[in-house]
Design a binder for this molecule. Structure first.
Ligand SMILES: Cc1cc2nc3c(=O)[nH]c(=O)nc-3n(C[C@H](O)[C@H](O)[C@H](O)COP(=O)(O)OP(=O)(O)OC[C@H]3O[C@@H](n4cnc5c(N)ncnc54)[C@H](O)[C@@H]3O)c2cc1C
Length: 519
C-alpha cells in the first residue's frame, strides 16, 4: 500500500481544526501544532474573572458564516440560538431608540416612527431584501473554487444591485436608501467591523466588510453558539481527533522550511517533522517570519477594534423605562453609532485621538444561552456583556503605552455606555473573588500578543472580495481555491486565505479541497 500523504498544520485556530478533520477523514496523516495550551485561536471560551463561573466567548462571539454543509460533513455537534431581536439603537441624547424585532413587523414599524424615521421602515425592508438576494447568490460559492468578477456579476443577475454594493462606495447606497442618521448608522456598522474605514472610502473596504456581514448561510443571520465559542471549537477538535488527526497544544512552531519541514518546540524540546504539505492557519506575517522572509507592507494590516468583556449583577436600566432591557440587550445594542458619529469617530481616530464618544456595540450572550453560567450565577440574575468598540486603530497604541491606553479605552467605552443608559454601568458590574470589577479589556496590541493577529486585525488581514479579478491565474488547485502562498507545498488554511475571515471554517475546508485535488 502507498504511504499516506502527510500534512502539518501550523496553528490550531478553528480553521486549522476544520482542515485537519477533512484531511484526516480522507486518509492523510495530519499533525496540527498550536502554540497555546488551548485549541480554537480567536474562537474560544474562558473563565475570565477569578471565582466567577462564567465561560465567556473571550474574542469572537456570534456565528453567521459557518456553512451548514461543513457542520454536516464533519458531524459537528454545534447548536445555535436564533435571536428574536436584531438590534436596539438608542437615539443619543434622547430616551427613545430603534428596536428591530424580527418577529413583530408592526412593533418594528412603530419603533421607526418613534425615532422620526417612518419612511425608513419600508426602505429598511427593501434594502435587506436586496442583501438577502446577494446572500443567496454569493454564499454558496464560498466553499467552491473561486469565481471571477465577471462570473460573480453574471450570477448576481442584477447590474444595479452589483453597482450599488460592489462597485460604488457603501455610503452611496446607504445615503440614497435611508434618510435618518440613526438608521444609516445601524446599517453602516456591518461595513466597519474589524475594518478601519469610512462609509464613502474609495478603496471599498467598507463594501467588502459589509458583504461578509450580510451573506452568512444565505440569510445574513448572526446566531448565538450554545455553550459559547469554546463549544464550537471543542466540537471541531473532537471531529478532527475522531478522524485520526494528531492535535498538539503547547507546540510553538519556530521555523518552516517550505520544501517540507516544520520545526517546533514542545515541552522545551525541539522537534522537526518532514511532511508533504504544510498548512498555515497563521497570518501571512507569521508565516513569513517562520520562513524567514521580509514582512512587507504590515502597516496596511492593522486592526481597529477593542474588545471589552464584562460580568453584570443584572442588566442595567435603560433611558426608555417603558422598554424591557431583555429586549434591548437581546440583539445587538448599538451605542453612539449614528452615521455622523461614525464619521466623526473615524476622523478623530485617523488624526490620532481616541474617539469621543467611542462607537460600540454590545451583545449579551447569557440572555440567549444561560448555559455558560453556573447554576448559582443563573439564579442570581447575573448577565454577561461583550462590547466591541469601533475605530480604535492600532496606530494609537504602542508597546510602551499599552497599559495606560487599555485603561483609557476602558474608561472611554464605559462612559460611552453610560451616555445611553438609565444608570451608570459601573453600578451593575460584578466584582470577582478579589473584589476587582469584572471588566476585561483587550486592545489591538493585546490581540496581537495573545493570538499573533498582526496589528490586532481580527481577521489576520483586511477582508478580500470573495471573487478574483478576471485576469487572475487560477490554474493550480491552491490558486483555484484561494489558498495559495508563494511556496508550492505551503497553503493558507485560515483567515489569510481568500474568503477566510470570521468563524466560518471556509478557509480550512478550501485548503483541504485544494490538497485533495493536488494529491
Ligand atoms: C475580538 C474578536 C472578535 C471577533 N468576533 C467575531 C465574531 O463574533 N464572529 C465571527 O465570525 N468572527 C469574529 N472574529 C473573527 C474570527 O474570530 C476569526 O476570523 C477566526 O476565529 C480566525 O480563525 P482562524 O482559525 O483562521 O485563525 P486564528 O483564530 O487566528 O488562529 C490561529 C492560531 O495560530 C496559532 N499560532 C500563531 N502562530 C503560531 C506558531 N508560530 N506556532 C503555533 N501556533 C501558532 C495562534 O495561537 C492561533 O491559535 C473576531 C475576532 C476577534 C479577535
Amino acid at each position: 500500500m502507498a504511504k499516506p500523504s502527510s500534512v502539518v498544520i501550523v496553528g490550531g485556530g478553528h480553521n486549522g481544526l476544520i482542515a485537519a478533520a477533512y484531511l484526516a477523514r480522507a486518509g492523510f496523516k495530519v499533525t496540527l501544532l498550536e502554540r497555546l495550551t488551548v485549541l480554537g485561536g480567536a474562537a474560544v471560551s474562558a473563565l475570565a474573572f477569578p471565582g466567577v463561573e462564567a465561560r465567556l466567548s473571550r474574542y469572537s462571539y456570534l456565528v453567521s458564516l459557518l456553512p451548514k454543509r461543513i457542520i454536516k460533513d464533519l458531524d459537528l455537534d454545534i447548536r445555535f440560538a436564533r435571536r428574536r431581536y436584531s438590534s436596539y439603537t438608542p437615539d443619543p441624547g434622547s430616551s427613545v431608540g430603534l428596536l428591530v424585532d424580527n418577529q413583530d413587523p408592526v412593533a418594528t414599524r412603530s419603533s421607526f416612527r418613534s425615532i422620526g424615521a417612518d419612511s425608513d421602515a419600508d426602505a429598511w425592508t427593501r434594502f435587506y431584501q436586496c442583501t438577502r438576494r446577494i446572500a443567496e447568490t454569493v454564499f454558496p460559492s464560498l466553499c467552491e473554487p473561486l469565481l471571477t468578477r465577471s462570473e460573480q456579476r453574471t450570477m448576481f443577475g442584477d447590474d444595479t444591485l452589483w453597482d450599488q454594493f460592489i462597485e460604488q462606495p457603501l455610503g452611496e447606497v446607504i445615503e440614497s436608501s435611508f434618510s435618518s442618521d440613526l438608521v444609516r448608522g445601524v446599517v453602516l456598522t456591518d461595513g466597519l467591523i474589524g475594518t478601519f474605514t469610512e462609509a464613502k472610502a474609495k478603496n471599498l473596504a467598507a463594501n467588502r466588510c459589509f458583504l461578509y456581514h450580510v451573506i452568512g448561510n444565505g440569510t445574513g443571520d448572526w446566531d448565538v453558539p450554545i455553550g459559547g465559542m469554546g463549544s464550537v471549537t471543542s466540537a471541531m477538535s473532537t471531529s478532527a481527533r475522531k478522524s485520526g488527526a494528531t492535535l498538539i497544544t503547547g507546540a510553538e512552531v519556530t521555523s518552516v522550511d517550505p520544501d517540507g519541514e516544520v520545526t517546533y518546540l514542545h515541552n522545551e524540546t525541539q522537534h522537526s517533522i518532514r511532511t508533504d504539505y504544510i498548512l498555515a492557519n497563521v497570518s501571512s506575517t507569521e508565516l513569513n517570519r517562520l520562513i524567514g522572509v521580509d514582512h512587507g507592507a504590515e502597516n496596511e494590516i492593522n486592526g481597529a477594534q477593542a474588545k471589552v468583556n464584562l460580568m453584570l449583577r443584572r442588566l442595567p436600566k435603560l433611558k426608555d423605562s417603558s422598554l424591557d432591557p431583555a429586549a434591548a440587550f437581546g440583539g445587538t445594542f448599538h451605542i453612539n453609532e449614528l452615521y455622523s458619529q461614525l464619521q466623526s469617530a473615524y476622523d478623530q481616530a485617523a488624526s490620532g485621538s481616541i474617539p469621543n464618544p467611542v462607537p460600540a456595540e454590545i451583545y449579551c450572550h447569557s440572555l440567549a444561552d444561560s448555559s455558560i453560567l453556573s447554576p448559582e450565577l443563573q439564579a442570581s440574575g447575573a448577565q454577561t456583556l461583550t462590547v466591541f468598540a469601533l475605530h480604535i486603530p492600532n496606530h494609537l497604541v504602542t508597546e510602551s503605552n499599552n497599559d495606560q491606553f487599555r485603561s483609557q479605552i476602558e474608561a472611554a467605552v464605559l462612559s460611552s455606555l453610560d451616555s445611553v443608559l438609565g444608570e451608570s454601568i459601573r453600578d451593575v458590574i460584578m466584582t470577582d473573588e478579589n473584589g476587582d470589577p469584572c471588566v476585561e479589556t483587550k486592545t489591538t496590541l493585546d490581540l496581537e500578543h495573545a493570538l499573533r493577529l498582526p496589528g490586532g486585525n481580527i481577521f489576520q488581514q483586511p477582508l478580500d472580495w470573495p471573487f478574483v479579478e478576471d485576469a487572475e491565474d487560477l490554474t493550480s488547485p491552491a490558486k483555484k481555491w484561494g489558498v495559495e502562498t508563494k511556496w508550492d507545498r505551503v497553503l493558507f488554511c485560515g483567515s489569510s486565505a481568500k474568503r477566510g475571515g470570521a468563524v466560518s471554517g471556509i478557509g480550512g475546508q478550501n485548503a483541504a479541497m485544494a490538497i485533495l485535488e493536488a494529491d
